[in-house]
Design a protein around this ligand. Structure first.
Ligand code: HEM
Length: 127
C-alpha cells in the first residue's frame, strides 16, 4: 500500500461504498451473455464478499483479503483478455455512473490491470 492508494480508497468512500460498487458490477456481469456462464455455479454471496475484500485491499484499504490466490482461483476457466476487458468495462461503467472522477477511475483501472495476467493466465495457450 502507498499513501496515494490509501487516499483513493477513502475518496471512493471506503468499504461500504466499495461493496455497493462491487454489487452493481456483478449485477451487470450476470446480465452479460459473454460473462454470466462463468458464474453459473458460483456462490455469489461469497463471491461479492471476496471481491469486495480484494478490491478494498488492492486500493489501499485496511481490509485483509482472505481468499484464494488470484492465479489459482482463475486457472483453467478459459478466461481470455476479451472476457477480462468486458468485466473491467462493467466496473468502469459503474464508477462512471456513481460520479467517480476520471482521474480516480483511471487509478482504479490501473491498479486492477496489474492482476490481468493472473486472471487470464499469462502463459496459457488456450486464451
Ligand atoms: C478485475 C479482475 C478480477 C478480479 C480482481 C477478480 C477477483 C476474484 C476474487 C477475489 C475471487 C475469489 C477467490 C476465492 O474464492 O477465494 C475470484 C473468483 C472467481 N472469479 Fe474473478 N476476478 C476478476 C476477473 C474475473 C473474470 C474476468 C472472470 C470471468 C469472466 C472471473 C471469474 C471468476 C470465477 C468463476 C471465480 C470463482 C468463484 C468460485 O468458484 O468460488 N473473474 N475472482
Amino acid at each position: 500500500m502507498n499513501s496515494e492508494e490509501e487516499a483513493l480508497y477513502y475518496r471512493l468512500g471506503g468499504s461500504g461504498e466499495i461493496r455497493q460498487i462491487i454489487d452493481d458490477m456483478y449485477n451487470r456481469v450476470l446480465e452479460d451473455p459473454l460473462l454470466k456462464g462463468f458464474f453459473e455455479n458460483v456462490d455469489m454471496t461469497k463471491q461479492r464478499q471476496m471481491q469486495t475484500e480484494f478490491i478494498a485491499a488492492a486500493l489501499g484499504g485496511p481490509e485483509k483479503y482472505g481468499g484464494l490466490d488470484l492465479a489459482y482461483a482463475h486457472a483453467g476457466r478459459g478466461i481470455t483478455s476479451l472476457h477480462l476487458s468486458a468485466f473491467v468495462g462493467h466496473l468502469l461503467a459503474v464508477l462512471e455512473e456513481r460520479g467517480v472522477s476520471d482521474n480516480d477511475i483511471h487509478g482504479v483501472v490501473t491498479r486492477i490491470n496489474t492482476y490481468a495476467n493472473d486472471i487470464t493466465g499469462a502463459t496459457s495457450s488456450d486464451g
